[in-house]
Design a protein around this ligand. Structure first.
Ligand code: ADP
Ligand code: MG
Length: 323
């Protein structure tokens, strides 16, 4: 019901950036190659996501707006081997309960698409539409019926910065996907979607910076590391310039970022941080992502083994480098 969805929204949807994150993750899970994110007034006015993914079958569209009706997990066991970014089935019903949502979607072989309009959790319209494959969703009037939430939002520049962060991190996690972000009609960032992580880093931190970063690559029996790290002399960054991505999911883990910093040893001045993008691939059974509704925190088996690998890899990379 609507109240339960609003309560869930309180946990999952804190601000415009949370809407962007959930919707872009859905587009990624739907195998999109191109994802366009268009926001107006830092997302407070509207957020539109257009993808070229699988789309939703006509008879599944209303189900997608029901709580816990995820198409991504079918058994209890799946919960321990999550491959998709979404799995709770909470985002669409939560967002629709606190905003105005228009979704248009079509699958590749369907003769026509479906358009639904929800506001405050109520279905206002369901009609057939054209059949462009993919999904086009617009969220406006966010928090129109939860004034406390609306009041809690920060300045537009802060809210926009959070959205940019979300897109940057997803772009680093998925170099094969082309992302475009625009704000009030102006392009903020764009990635090529050609699989080249260094080019994604260039889109985010600038070409000069990306060119100076060192590639790192390592593996042991359980983990594979891929990424780029800045040289110690370039460290005008803070901790948030370290991006750790586990199986395509941006995560916050103090121990892993500390291991990376430790790998620099005395090369890094105290209190300084590198720019780093670390993609970690591992068996999903070693990660528990079901710790927090926003899925940022994860529990890792063999965490100290991974910390050792990260520290050692960074250390060795600089050992072979004349600084
Ligand atoms: P979850 O992602 O946890 O499954 P959501 O509420 O985010 O839950 O989405 C509900 C369902 O709607 C998804 O499981 C998926 O089947 C469908 N869906 C949502 N967005 C898209 C999209 N952009 N493309 C295709 N299917 C989508
Ligand atoms: Mg989702």
């Amino acid at each position: 019901d609507i109240l339960a969805n609003q309560i869930a929204a309180g946990e999952v949807i804190e601000r415009p950036a949370s809407v962007v994150k959930e919707l872009v993750e859905n587009a990624i899970d739907a195998n999109s190659h191109q994802i366009d994110v268009l926001v107006e007034e830092a997302g407070v006015k509207s957020i539109r996501i257009i993808d070229d993914g699988d789309g939703i079958e006509a008879d599944q569209v209303k189900k997608a707006f029901l709580r816990h009706a995820t198409s991504k997990i079918t058994s209890r066991n799946d919960l321990f081997r999550v491959h998709s970014l979404g799995f709770r089935g909470e985002a669409l019903p939560s967002i629709a309960s606190v905003a105005d949502v228009v979704l248009e979607t079509a699958t590749a072989d369907a003769p026509q698409g479906t358009r639904v309009h929800y506001k405050g959790g109520e279905l206002l319209e369901e009609v057939g539409t054209g059949a462009r494959k993919g999904t086009d969703i617009t969220v406006s009037e966010l928090f129109f019926n939860t004034p406390a939430r609306l009041k809690y939002l920060k300045s537009q520049s802060t809210e926009l910065a959070q959205i940019v962060d979300v897109i940057n991190r997803l772009a680093m996690s998925y170099p094969d996907i082309s992302f475009r972000l625009s704000h009030n009609g102006n392009e903020v960032m764009r990635t090529a979607g050609n699989g080249n992580l260094q080019q994604v880093i260039a889109s985010i931190y600038g070409v000069q910076q990306a060119r100076k970063m060192l590639a790192i690559q390592a593996e042991d029996n359980d983990f594979e590391l891929n990424g780029y790290i800045s040289l110690p002399e370039l460290t005008r960054a803070n901790r948030s310039y370290i991006s750790i991505l586990i199986n395509g999911r941006y995560i916050k883990n103090f121990n892993l970022s500390r291991a990376l910093v430790k790998g620099y040893g005395s090369k890094l001045m105290v209190g300084r941080f590198p720019i780093a993008v670390l993609q970690i691939t591992m068996d999903p059974l070693l990660v528990d992502v079901n710790v927090h509704p926003q899925k940022h925190e994860v529990r890792l088996s063999k965490e100290s083994q991974l910390m050792d690998l990260i520290e050692r890899t960074v250390k060795e990379r600089f050992a072979n480098q004349n600084l």
